[in-house]
Design a protein around this ligand. Structure first.
Ligand code: CA
Length: 272
């Protein structure tokens, strides 16, 4: 896929340079992340390779996923079934869990400075936990809905189902920046679970088999990872059992994905 896509990208870039007659400012590596996207810019489509398959709780309506200290942290949704849990990666066993009471529908989580921040879908409130004990140590408020959450180590980064992503200061919960996510000129909405990976935001798109790779500076989609076929459709009964959940192990450079109610969790490598 990457072999077929590369010449096309180069061809289109050359054509754009010739048409503009103003010279081309695209770096030699084709990285357009700091420039305005051309209307016809081709965003690369990546494939994947499965490295490992691990068990996952098929009752977990996954809304947030993180890997820290070799363990998964997972947030599960639905009213009455919402939770924050620590999960053993290789067995899928739940090591620790706190339930999130009704009427809350838990959503994305982020780990920052020893605290876990957890969104709720429509209640405009997020919960703060001590990352070791899972004791709840505070809460915060935000406007609109809460879907996905991640962090660049400084800000909380929040999606709300639209094509906007907000950057929130974790000390006072003010919005410091908002980016609008576009693939070329096309808004990409329904942005769901998030993960910050090596300077990019990876985003699930609700009911889509693709993960968008987003430039946090300007919201441009710089690539897509197509995960179609990752899990056999026969293993999923519920129409809401969609791809959702991205966790990055930055120590070992490993990428994990799963879905809501999926019986499996995958370590994958991106095929560029
Ligand atoms: Ca995540």
């Amino acid at each position: 896929m990457s072999l077929a896509g590369k010449p096309l990208t180069i061809t289109v870039t050359l054509l754009l340079c010739l048409v503009s007659l103003g010279g081309c400012h695209t770096p030699a590596n084709g990285d357009r992340s700091t420039s305005e996207p051309a209307a016809n810019a081709v965003v690369p489509r990546y494939g994947y390779q499965i490295v490992n398959i691990w068990p996952h709780d098929s009752n977990a309506f996954t809304q947030g996923l993180i890997l820290a200290d070799g363990k998964l942290l997972e947030s599960t949704g639905e009213v009455g079934r919402s939770s924050l849990r620590s999960v053993d990666l290789q067995t899928g066993r739940v090591l620790k869990k706190v339930d999130v009471p009704e009427p809350y529908f838990a959503e994305g989580i982020a780990l920052l400075n020893g605290k876990i921040y957890q969104l709720t879908w429509q209640q405009h409130v997020g919960f703060i936990y001590d990352a070791q004990s899972f004791d709840r140590v505070g809460q915060f408020n935000y406007a609109g809905e809460g879907w996905g959450l991640t962090t660049d180590g400084k800000s909380l980064i929040l999606s709300d189902g639209s094509n906007r992503i907000r950057f929130i200061d974790p000390t006072d919960f003010r919005v410091t920046k908002t980016i609008t996510v576009l693939d070329g000129q096309t808004p990409i909405d329904q942005l769901n679970e998030l993960e910050y990976v090596q300077g990019s935001i990876y985003a699930n798109v609700w009911h889509d088999d693709r993960i968008a790779i987003i430039d946090p500076q300007n919201g441009h989609v710089t690539a897509w990872i197509n995960l179609a076929g990752l899990i056999p459709q026969g293993e999923l009964q519920d129409p809401e059992a969609v791809l959702n959940g991205i966790a990055y192990d930055q120590v070992n450079d490993k990428l994990y994905v799963t879905g809501k109610l999926w019986p499996r969790l995958f370590e994958i490598k991106i095929k560029r």
